[in-house]
Design a protein around this ligand. Structure first.
Ligand SMILES: Nc1ncnc2c1ncn2[C@@H]1O[C@H](COP(=O)(O)OP(=O)(O)OP(=O)(O)O)[C@@H](O)[C@H]1O
Length: 705
């Protein structure tokens, strides 16, 4: 039995540092798994935050089961409400105080990530809709505070970002690092919300647009990483600064083995991209857990977007979803190891307060401006009315004129009032519905829930600490009646320690195997990349002129935001400095100049004969043949040698003729042999004085005999 018990996580706070909270949820056996008679190999001990997984293929006691400890664990009977109240509610409360928060669900395909994040209907609703309810319950009770709430919903599908609230948008979405804001997505639609219902509508619209598909393991498998973002701006009273809380709710695509999901074609391509992004997430978690100097956030869009949530300024909860079936033992262990590593990631949550340039502040200023404008305009209309009374001359004409002005003024005020109303609609005044929606009891109930959640957390932490202490203190508590008893006790202890050592060895072995497998994969990816690079260099060396190469190198530039190389636009060449000016309108003049000359005098004196040509930068004489790659040279020489031995014909080959076609390709297509055969034919025809066939002649010419 392997114990991976560690020190309690949430209590481990150093100054501002706060660990990523990790919780594990195990779903019930599915109907399919029951039909196929798979048994459950997972045991959950909620009171201690422990999960035990039995190895169905264990050959020895050491391999029998593995134990992992987390901040909390939830079994197949756990309710959506309990999970939310105990773990997510406190995080959303922090967001409402101006912190950044992130909840992300990770796990194998079909283990309940989407169920946990979105859930079903009524009591079965998941984390995201519950967060909506909590946010709006809070707003409805916060008197004297103005709120501006907006949501964004995006997915990363095949390493491309798609706006789930505006799928038809043709704008591209890039990742940009903004000072004070972290990594943001460009051109993403932000939808203003006035209620929980508005948010729910946005979530549903996005879900319809999300990329899903069926795999062997899940009928409705999410094929993308979905990120639902909530931004809450808050201004208290007459304050000129605001607080901003940001919440990222992430439903990752399933980690999966291609063999198990039965993926082929497009699904296989998707799976490869999903696995690549998830493995970069794993690398980031690993690097953070190991306190590495370099954290590879830039390896994928997913890790760049989660940069603040992992090792950044956010409060983060990772939900690791697992399935209980024996069939999925390996995947379950991988997920649990992943999650275990994430426990040691330290974040530095900071409040986003004292912000002086937010959308809400701008909105408030604009509202104030409109209000003043309306009142000024209204006063202006009254003055007009007064003027009207004071001036008796030309009464009729003046009256209609003033009436018109009055009408116009009123229309302007109406227009401004409409604008004002629209702006005011975007903002939400806290505490508006306090009587209707939240009564004292509801508030108390919520406070009690928070207290219960806190107490449960403490209990789990305490239980974990007690177990750790017990292990070391048992010996001290023992009173040895005799020497024999002491010997027996020590023997027992030795046995226990020996078992522990064996299991740790087994774990090291397992880890080593995983490491070797990972290494093999990396090596083979590396080999592929090196091969591709070599091929590209071969092509460049032999087919791309050196000037062209230098030109491209000088134009190539690494774009930090796109995280890729781009080719800059070439500076436009200066037009020829001298324009041909014909003296005394001498002929001939080009048709174009004649035509243009009718409207544009600049062309009138243009004589094409005087036109100075743009000279090319280099001529064919400046051409230097590229150096032939030694491998190609060796290959060609080898073939020539062999053929010479066979046909006793002496052949000389111009180096640039070889460079035009790779020797291996020549050999492959049999063209080289064919050419040699033709050459032999040419010689024999020459010897008999017969006319040469054109193809043979061409081959002989090409081979430079
Ligand atoms: N805790 C749970 N209780 C009851 N049913 C669950 C639970 N977790 C998951 N399920 C059911 O299991 C099935 C698969 O769940 P879900 O689609 O949420 O998995 P997923 O991890 O999001 O998969 P994928 O990565 O393929 O999108 C669904 O039918 C869901 O209702």
């Amino acid at each position: 039995m392997i114990s991976e018990t560690g020190e309690s996580n949430s209590a481990d706070r150093l100054g501002n540092n706060e660990s990523v909270q990790v919780i594990v949820r195990c779903r019930p056996l599915s109907l399919k798994e029951i039909e196929q008679q798979h048994i459950s190999v997972v045991r959950i001990y909620s009171n201690r935050g422990v999960i035990e997984v039995e190895n169905p293929k264990a050959k020895s006691d050491n391999e029998r089961s593995k134990i992992f400890t987390y901040d909390s664990v939830y079994d197949e009977k756990s309710t959506q409400q309990a999970l939310y109240d105990e773990t997510i509610r406190p995080l959303v409360s922090s967001v409402l105080e101006g912190y950044n928060g992130c909840v992300f669900a990770y796990g194998q395909t079909g283990t309940g990530k989407t169920y946990t994040m979105e859930g079903g209907e009524d009591d079965d609703i998941g984390v995201i809709p519950r967060a909506f309810d909590q946010i709006w319950a809070h707003i409805s009770r916060k008197t004297g505070v103005e709120f501006l709430v907006s949501v964004r919903y995006m997915e990363i599908y095949m390493e491309e970002i798609r706006d789930l609230l505006k799928v038809k948008s043709t704008k591209s979405h890039e990742l940009r690092e903004m000072p004070g804001e972290g990594v943001v997505v460009t051109n993403l639609h932000s939808q203003n919300c006035q209620s929980a219902r508005d948010m729910l509508k946005a979530m549903r619209t996005g879900n319809i647009n999300r990329t899903t598909g069926a795999t062997n393991m899940n009928e409705h498998s999410s094929r993308s990483h979905a990120i639902f973002q909530i931004v809450i701006e808050m201004v208290e009273g007459q304050s000129k600064s605001m607080k901003v809380g940001k919440l990222n709710l992430v439903d990752l695509a399933g980690s999966e083995r291609q063999s198990k999901t039965g993926a082929t074609g497009e699904r296989l391509k998707e799976a490869t991209k999903i696995n690549k992004a998830l493995s970069s997430l794993g690398n980031v978690i690993y690097a953070l857990a190991e306190n590495s100097a370099h954290i590879p956030y830039r390896d994928s869009k997913l890790t760049r977007l989660l940069q603040d949530s992992l090792g950044g300024n956010s409060k983060t909860i990772m939900i690791a979803n697992v399935g209980p079936a024996s069939l999925n033992y390996d995947e379950t262990i991988i997920t649990l190891r992943y999650a275990y590593r994430a426990k040691s990631i330290k974040n530095k949550p900071t409040k986003n307060e004292d912000i002086k340039d937010g959308k809400l502040l701008m909105l408030q200023q604009e509202i104030e401006r409109l209000k003043t404008l309306i009142s000024e305009k209204s006063n202006g209309i009254d003055l007009n009315n007064l003027d009207e009374l004071e001036e008796p001359d030309d009464e009729e004409v003046d009256d209609t004129e003033k009436e018109k002005q009055l009408e116009l003024g009123k229309m302007e005020v109406d227009e401004l009032a409409k604008k004002l109303k629209n702006l005011e609609k975007q903002m939400v005044h806290g505490g508006k519905d306090i009587v209707d929606s939240v009564n004292e009891n509801e508030l108390k109930l919520e406070q009690q829930k928070a207290e219960i959640a806190e107490r449960k957390k403490r209990e789990v932490e305490m239980q974990q600490r007690i177990e750790l202490e017990e292990e070391t203190c048992t010996e001290l508590k023992q009173v040895f009646a005799s020497l024999q008893q002491q010997v027996d006790f020590k023997r027992d202890k030795l046995k226990r320690l020996n078992n522990k050592l064996q299991s740790i060895r087994q774990e090291v072995k397992d880890n080593h195997e995983v490491y070797l497998k990972d290494r093999q994969e990396i090596e083979s990816a590396n080999d592929d990349a090196a091969m591709n690079l070599r091929q590209s260099f071969l092509v460049i060396d032999n087919f791309v002129p050196s000037e062209e190469r230098s030109r491209i190198i000088s134009l190539a530039q690494f774009d930090e935001n796109l995280d890729n190389w781009i080719i800059r636009k070439e500076p436009t060449r200066m037009p020829p400095s001298e324009r041909p000016i014909a003296h005394n309108y001498r002929r001939p003049i080009s048709d174009y100049a004649i035509q243009q000359g009718q409207t544009n005098p600049r062309y009138r004196g243009e004589n094409v004969l005087d036109l100075k040509l743009d000279m090319p930068l280099r001529t064919t004489q400046d051409y230097t043949p590229p150096a032939i790659c030694p491998q190609v040279k060796a290959l060609v020489n080898d073939v020539i040698k062999k053929e010479m031995e066979n046909s006793h014909v002496t052949i000389k080959m111009a180096p640039h003729a070889v460079s035009r076609m790779s020797a291996s390709k020549l050999e492959q297509e049999g063209k080289y042999k064919q050419a040699l055969r033709s050459l032999v034919d040419v010689n024999s025809l020459k010897a008999t004085n017969r006319p040469l066939p054109p193809r043979s002649a061409k081959s002989a010419y090409h081979l430079n005999v």
